[in-house]
Design a protein around this ligand. Structure first.
Ligand SMILES: [Zn+2]
Length: 244
């Protein structure tokens, strides 16, 4: 069965003290039989533009295994952010944009975040919003944007991360354009989400070493094959418009 990991990073993160290299990603694809991953810079990347270039180069090298998700602090302003989003979505073929609420200290309702939704609408790509721990990360703040940008698919990263899981699920049920990416979600919430909105749940891991854990959680639920295929592969393929 094909597996798409909707939430993977490359590069250094000075906020959370992390680093993932190209070599680690290549190893992870083979070791865990990941068909493809949506790869984004960490919010604490010293230079997200340089990481976007690294993601692009890796995508070229590992054809159809890596797809780019742009992530740049919206507080850098419209000129800088607009130019970079235009470059990665227009020229480098990235398939999504990340809004890192906690890492970039930006609520989805902050006017600075508008540019992310504007470019997502323009390039018809989804926005992944970090939800869960950290400031500005209550998924309820996504509701006004889900109503304002009904054509933009919004993926709630970590599906509320347990603490806001109830709100995340409520939003996914209420809004056609809201989806759930399930890294770090406990199995009892996974089960509820998959039961209630099976067409909206996307597999994700966030970190290389978390990959076997997330796969084990899915296995533990004993899902029917067709449901498992939705979660691991088909939902992400559709949401991100992937050719695989
Ligand atoms: Zn992440």
């Amino acid at each position: 069965m094909k597996i798409i990991d909707s939430h993977m990073h490359l590069g250094e993160c000075r906020i959370f003290g992390l680093n993932i290299t190209e070599e680690q990603l290549v190893e992870y694809f083979d070791k865990y039989k990941i068909t493809a991953a949506i790869v984004q810079p960490f919010p604490g990347a010293p230079d997200p533009r340089e990481v976007h270039d690294r993601i692009y180069r890796l995508a070229k090298k590992l054809e159809n295994r890596v797809y780019g998700m742009a992530s740049i602090n919206p507080h850098l302003g419209r000129d800088v952010v607009g130019r970079e989003l235009e470059r990665v979505l227009g020229d480098l073929g990235f398939v999504a944009i990340k809004l890192h609420t906690a890492g970039h200290a930006v609520s989805p309702t902050n006017p600075a975040a508008s540019i992310v939704f504007e470019y997502a609408a323009k390039y018809k790509v989804p926005v992944m919003v970090h939800t869960g721990p950290g400031p500005f990360s209550d998924p309820m703040s996504v509701a006004p944007r889900a109503e304002e940008y009904t054509d933009v698919k919004i993926v709630l990263g970590h599906a509320g991360f347990e603490v806001y899981a109830a709100g995340a699920l409520w939003l996914a049920k209420k809004y056609d354009n809201v989806y759930l990416e399930i890294s770090w979600t406990p199995v009892y919430w996974l089960s509820a989400m998959i039961n209630e909105v099976p067409g909206k749940v996307l597999f994700g891991t966030d970190l290389v070493e978390n990959t076997p854990v997330e796969l084990a959680k899915i296995e533990s639920l004993n899902l029917k094959d067709e449901i498992k295929e939705l979660i691991l592969y088909k939902n992400a393929k559709e949401v991100f418009g992937l050719p695989i």
